[in-house]
Design a protein around this ligand. Structure first.
Ligand code: DAK
Length: 258
């Protein structure tokens, strides 16, 4: 399939990469671009040769937010009817892990898109923020919820009420990103992490991702129940037999991914 607003490739075995490609607009997210992101990720999710995905932009911008020119034209009723960006910000249905590799601006919907991913690797130049307040709106793709859970109430309030932006080190300190690397190394780091995931049992990977994400959806008891259910599924897998046997036989496991 050919795309106009994204680039798609496989930078390493088992790793699918989606690169936002509207550099003239700092990768501002418009509807055609988000449709292409979703289509490419769905395709990778269904591709048995792919174990993990990377979502990235370019060195200057991951994404500077939803496309303000598109937002300006939309009425509230069109938003409400879902004929807009609203349903396009949903990479939640993807079963395989998604790593956001962020350099430069990750603002507004761009920051929300990064937070929708399973983990974020940042370059030293990354800047995270939710500047919607400057436009007379509020974050609309999960920012008030996801960022608050990550940063805590006080800092989230400052970020979203005053457009305080976080640099890469601050993002690391507050748990928004898992790693920071120099600008010429952050992509290699993201690929390395994706490849490590690809070397694991894909049954266990999927069940782990699902269980961790439950921690953000439910009460502790419901989350523990979800973990228990996923644990039992993993325990019934052929990979559990292989993984435990390989340890005892002091050899590398050969995963069947079932
Ligand atoms: N939208 C459209 N174009 C943008 C853009 C954006 N968000 N950000 C940058 N651009 C364009 C600029 O208009 C400019 O284009 P030309 O004028 O050259 O044609 C080009 O990118 C380069 O930008 P600048 O000249 O401004 O570059 P600078 O380096 O000087 O400044 C900047 C970089 C990132 C500080 C600045 O561009 C900026 O402040 N951009 C806007 C950031 C922002 O406010 N982001 C939040 C947007 S609101 C929803 C889901 C999500 C959302 C809403 C609803 N639902 C599901 C309901 C999300 C909303 C948002 O994200």
């Amino acid at each position: 399939m050919s795309y106009e607003n994204i680039l798609v490739d496989q930078p390493a075995a088992g790793v699918g990469r989606v690169q936002l490609n509207r550099p003239q607009a700092l990768n501002a997210l418009n509807s055609p671009l988000m449709d292409e992101v979703n289509a490419a990720m769905q395709a990778f999710d269904h591709d048995e040769t792919i174990a993990a995905m990377i979502l990235t932009g370019n060195d200057k911008a991951f994404a500077a937010g939803a496309d303000i020119k598109e937002l300006a034209e939309l009425t509230a009723m069109e938003m409400l009817a879902g004929q807009s960006l609203i349903e396009r910000f949903d990479v939640k249905g993807i079963g395989k892990p998604i790593i956001a590799a962020v350099s430069g601006f990750a603002l507004g919907g761009g920051c929300e898109l990064a937070m929708l991913c399973d983990l974020i690797v940042a370059s030293e130049t990354a800047v995270f923020g939710q500047p919607e307040i400057n436009l007379g709106i509020i974050p609309g793709a999960g920012g008030t919820q996801r960022m608050t859970r990550i940063l805590g109430k006080a800092l989230a309030m400052e970020v979203m009420l005053t457009d305080r932006r976080l640099n890469a080190q601050e993002a690391l300190q507050h748990g928004l990103v898992s790693r920071v690397a120099p600008i010429d190394q952050y992509m290699d780091l993201a690929i390395e992490i994706a490849s490590k995931i690809g070397g694991r049992s894909q049954v266990a990977v999927r069940l782990t991702k699902d269980a961790i994400n439950q921690a953000y959806e439910t009460t502790l008891n419901a989350g523990l129940e979800a973990e228990r259910r996923n644990f039992m599924i993993a325990f019934a897998s052929e990979d559990k037999d292989e993984g435990t046997r390989a340890f005892i036989e002091k050899r590398k496991a050969v995963w069947k991914n079932r």
